[in-house]
Design a protein around this ligand. Sequence first.
Ligand code: CAA
Length: 300
Amino acid sequence: MDHNIKNVTVIGAGTMGNGIAQVFAAENYSVIICDVSETALSKALATIKSNLERMLKKEIITPQNLEATLGNIKTSMLLKEAAADADLIVEAATENEELKMNLFRQMDQYAPERCILATNTSSISITKIAVSTKRPEQVIGMHFMNPVPVMKLVEVIRGYATSDEVCQTVLAMSRHLKKEPVEVNDYPGFVANRILMPMINEAVYTLYEGVAGVNEIDTVMKLGMAHPMGPLALADFIGLDVCLSILNIMYDGFGNPKYAPCPLLKNMVTAGKLGRKSFEGFYLYTEGSKEVEVAPKFKK
Ligand code: CAA
């Protein structure tokens, strides 16, 4: 083993948190998922179980793998307890700078000195988050992609103070997770969202300006560029509020109007049309079903 990480604590039991916990547990790390909500914790365990059962059905894993993975996961509602013996903490809480700064202050206080503090942030500065701790050289970004068990990439983001040793440990550990880590530096949007979000924003502008409808735009990108999802379906999948927030962070961070979010995106977020999670974005969604249809007001 080219790293000393055994005990991993994941903060946040949402979509990203439970996916991250699953991939660590599947590779035999001892995992604690920590969240302030008991309901979120039981939902996370149920999601992991049903993901593993689907993999079992497809004979990707054995019944022993399933039991071992579930056996590697514990839950906790107390950060102090969850951090006490962690070699690595991966924070995957809500994307809010103040909340993350506050969490990192506590993680720094409760975690052992050896512990690496990672964040799954998609856009908040690692350098800034690190300032809230007394160990900025041990703070790093581990940006997993949704759905975590499926997507191979981990964008590993070095903050201004992140040490070479910590970066090498995280790269090695990501390979143990059977992921492909890519090292990048800490500037707004890192690499993934710096390139993805302008494409999504341009797709929204294309719709807003009446160049084409939702299905047409997504079909062009799916069939023409072999993207698994069109950019508008992907925006719904990510969450329109998340897309807007990332664009705003890049707009502020670079001061360049090319990142200015499309007024239609802003309007939809204001109206509470956030994509899949609110059952309406560029498409309409039915609860518990993958069926989608184009939201009527965007039909040509
Ligand atoms: N958890 C675990 N496995 C899942 C899953 C989930 N949530 N969702 C799908 N899968 C698995 C399925 O079981 C299936 O497995 P097999 O190949 O073994 O059968 C496989 O993934 C494909 O799934 P489906 O057949 O159900 O559907 P699909 O072929 O349409 O693929 C998709 C679904 C993987 C989501 C695909 O559409 C895709 O890759 N979309 C793009 C996703 C993407 O771009 N993600 C990055 C978003 S950006 C981000 O996360 C970061 C950010 O900062 C914004």
